[in-house]
Design a protein. Structure first.
Length: 574
């Protein structure tokens, strides 16, 4: 079932979702004593995305609410796909979001020796065997959802032979894919995960932590539950696609007779205009649709951070969407609403002209320069004011002028007055064009000196107010305007029509997801803006200084526009 998420959890009120209800009941029944211990277990095979942020906030948040602990554990069981770069980025992202695991940083690879011992015990108990079928044969023998599987011809090997073969696997006597260790459960089970799942496979690859000590590596389903048990995790919270894996999770723990953590599943985050899959995100990078994991169009935490999202806004978003069991798609407008609300109260209002059009005030003294007062943030008086230079030659937005105005046009047009923000009322008198192309090159205006703040006519009303910068004092900058990477509201669905295709996947890419403007003009107060700092460009949106920025050429990313579609959606729903 595909629902549109209204921004509130589906089952229960905020901070009273079904997971917290289970934990409260466990505390009341003394199931784990007074202990609440969660974990966040990323696989280091890519960068974290907004979906992981939901899980991070949930696991660390629950631990904090109940006075418990939360571990960070890397499930590093596949050396072929894992990189130290991913581990470093994950650690940085979680800290940036505001969470701390203290001294509880673990790796599944910490437990490789113990997991091997567990595997040997299952072999000795007749619950595991070495299978010499190849991968294709194993898939064939497993059957289908409508057809029962059949036993491998190697399923009845003796315990002694299985132990010997497993030791030989570890001793590098077999090539990759030659054989695997499988649990002996039930090939006729209605749950495909219980049809003798693979526990260990051979991978002659160097591990980022254990080097070449091992050439056999545990599968996720075998390593995960046992790692939870070793760490004393009480509530192993994961996404709903692992619900069918829970019988296997429990089976391994019960057969080994070890501490039993409780697996609880919740619906993963699905965001409109977005794909949340590390595999698909990696394809976008490999096919050069984006510049990397931290491309501001990516839903990765590093991409959102570079675009200008704050940890407060992301945590607020995760809190608003809550926790549910059923599949929903959250409108990306809610995420954008959260960042607008956060930045509105904390950012300075400044002026920048993205597509400059020269404006000359003919009756303004040529050599005169004024320092005008500008409020930094009308939402917070404590942020004070700043001085902005005003001169005879200015830049305004090309889009703020129409020679033949459309209906209800209140901006610049010949013969019409508008107010320049923090300055004067001006009137457009004359237009200068390129004789060959007809392009508007400059506007000639007059100003009313009595309309400056504090003068007698300062309150004279006009319908349009424009932002501007002084041509002489403004600084050239690059501004990157980002839109949704995908055109479709639900880019995860199959069969969506595509503008471009990545590896045959249906990805409805937006060809206008990035517009780079290289000749923008910004007010001089932004000359020393630091990387990561946020501003509201008046009338244009919220912007963040990109790491590519330099003193010679500042670079700004648009975080989000000013138009709040989520507020309109909520108003319409009410």
């Amino acid at each position: 079932m595909n629902n549109t998420n209204s921004g509130q959890p589906e089952e229960l009120p905020l901070h009273s979702d079904f997971i917290r209800k289970i934990i409260k009941e466990d505390l009341q029944t003394n199931k784990y004593g007074e202990k609440v211990h969660t974990r966040f277990p990323p696989e280091p095979n890519g960068y974290l995305h907004i979906g992981h942020a939901k899980s991070i906030c949930l696991n660390f948040g629950i631990a904090k609410e109940f006075g418990g602990l939360c571990n960070l554990r890397f499930d590093d069981t596949n050396p072929i796909k894992e990189q130290s770069e991913y581990i470093e980025s994950i650690i940085e992202d979680i800290r940036w979001l505001g969470f701390d695991w203290e001294d509880r940083l673990f790796y599944a690879s910490d437990y490789f020796d113990k997991l091997y011992e567990y595997a040997v015990k299952l072999i000795k108990d007749g619950k595991a065997y070495i299978d010499s079928l190849n991968a294709e044969e194993i898939r064939e023998y497993r059957g289908t959802l409508s057809k029962s599987g059949k036993n491998s011809p190697y399923r009845n090997r003796s315990i002694e032979e299985n132990l010997s073969l497993f030791e030989s696997m570890r001793a590098r006597e077999f090539k990759d894919g030659t054989c695997v260790l499988r649990a002996k459960i039930d090939m006729s089970s209605g749950n495909m995960n219980m049809r003798d799942p693979v526990m260990y496979r051979i991978l002659h690859a160097t591990h980022h932590r254990t080097g070449n000590k091992w050439c056999i590596y545990p599968m996720y389903d075998f390593a995960h539950g046992q790692s939870d048990s070793i760490e004393g995790i009480t509530h192993s919270i994961c996404t709903v696609e692992f619900e069918d894996h829970r019988p296997l999770y429990d089976w391994f723990i019960e057969q080994l007779n070890i501490y039993h953590s409780q697996q609880i599943e919740f619906a993963r985050l699905n965001l409109s205009h977005t794909v949340i899959s590390k595999r698909k995100l990696l394809q976008l990078i490999e096919e050069k649709y984006v510049s990397g994991w931290d491309d501001p169009r990516m839903p990765t935490i590093s991409g959102l951070r570079r675009r200008g999202y704050t940890p407060e806004a992301i945590r607020d978003f995760c809190e608003r969407i809550g926790v549910a069991k059923t599949y929903t798609v959250v409108d990306i407008a809610l995420l954008e609403h959260c960042i607008r609300e956060d930045l509105n109260s904390r950012t300075s209002r400044v002026m920048a002209v993205l597509k400059p059009l020269k404006l000359i005030i003919d009756n303004y003294p040529e050599e005169q320069i004024e320092e005008l007062d500008a409020v930094n943030n009308p939402e917070d008086e404590s942020m004070g004011t700043r001085k902005i230079p005003f001169s005879r030659v200015l830049y305004v937005e090309q889009d703020d002028f129409q020679e033949e105005p459309q209906r209800k046009w209140f901006r610049l047009t010949p013969g019409r007055e508008v107010r320049l923000k923090h300055a004067y009322i001006i009137k457009c008198e004359r237009v200068v064009k390129d004789e060959q192309t007809g392009e508007v090159l400059e506007l000639h205006c007059t100003y009313d000196p009595e309309t400056k703040s504090g003068c007698a006519n300062a309150g004279r009303k006009v319908k349009g107010t424009l932002h501007w910068v002084s041509a002489e004092h403004s600084i050239e900058a690059e501004v990157r305007i980002y839109e949704h990477l995908f055109l479709d509201t639900n880019s995860e669905k199959e069969g969506a029509e595509s503008v471009e295709t990545c590896h045959g996947m249906s990805l409805p890419l937006n060809p206008n997801s990035l517009e780079t403007l290289t000749s923008c003009r910004i007010e001089p107060s932004l000359a020393n803006a630091k990387s990561g700092s946020h501003y509201q460009f008046l009338r244009l949106g919220y912007f963040c200084v990109d790491p590519d920025s330099s003193d010679e050429k500042p670079v700004f990313n648009r975080t989000v526009s000013l138009r709040d579609t989520w507020a309109k959606i909520r108003k319409a729903q009410k």
